[in-house]
Design a protein around this ligand. Structure first.
Ligand SMILES: Cc1cc2nc3c(=O)[nH]c(=O)nc-3n(C[C@H](O)[C@H](O)[C@H](O)COP(=O)(O)O)c2cc1C
Length: 188
């Protein structure tokens, strides 16, 4: 490494990153997202499949996704829940979708999904370092065929890894993790 990142900065970046649920008004510049995607693609990926693709949603696509989601929520939970969800989603500032290449080989599918998750973490940490928060969402809408259709994603070729929101945090939630010893087993 040419320039050293201090351990304390790295600890702060990794442990301080939080999923952001509530955002301030105002968009994070698209260039920051592009920079984060640029770094995301350096994630480890077996056989160098580079399985990820990013769809950056404009107003028209955002609107269509919100309407589809409301329809899905209305069908399962009723009008009130759908209206509340729509109001909430309309407050989300930046939107993008990440997909992973599909393969007939289940092992490759698993490894490609794993690589995509590594890329997401790269992306989230890059943005967090610029005070931009992200939320990774995997609600029902991302598995709906209509979601693929309205974003022009071919379901035969790609799987949606997540719908992501990004922007400046209104509040940063508190979060804990289990102690390291509890998740570690030393073997002889
Ligand atoms: C694969 C994946 C899917 C997720 N989907 C959702 C989701 O649908 N809704 C949500 O509120 N959070 C979702 N999250 C965010 C997690 O809830 C969040 O990472 C967890 O609560 C820990 O919080 P932190 O990211 O601030 O450490 C998802 C995270 C991952 C890794």
């Amino acid at each position: 490494m040419s320039e050293e990142i201090s351990t304390s900065n790295l600890i702060e970046l990794i442990s301080g990153r939080r999923t952001i649920h509530n955002y301030k008004e105002g968009l994070c510049p698209r260039e920051k997202l592009i920079e984060a995607i640029d770094l995301a693609r350096w994630a480890p990926n077996h056989h160098l499949t580079e399985p990820w693709h990013f769809y950056l949603l404009g107003d028209e696509s955002v609107n269509a996704v919100i309407e589809l989601n409301s329809e899905i929520v209305r069908a399962s939970k009723g009008d009130e829940a759908a209206t509340a969800k729509e109001r909430r989603w309309r407050k989300m500032p930046g939107w993008f979708v990440m997909t992973c290449c599909r393969s007939d080989d289940p092992i490759r599918n698993q490894e490609d999904y794993a690589a995509c998750c590594c890329a997401v973490q790269n992306l989230m940490l890059t943005l967090w370092n610029e005070d931009v928060g992200v939320k990774w969402s995997t609600g029902d809408v991302i598995r709906d065929k209509r979601f693929y259709d309205l974003l022009w994603i071919d379901q035969e070729l790609e799987t949606v890894v997540g719908l992501f929101w990004y922007g400046y945090a209104e509040e940063v939630p508190k979060m804990t993790r289990k102690p390291c010893l509890q998740i570690t087993t030393e073997l002889p």
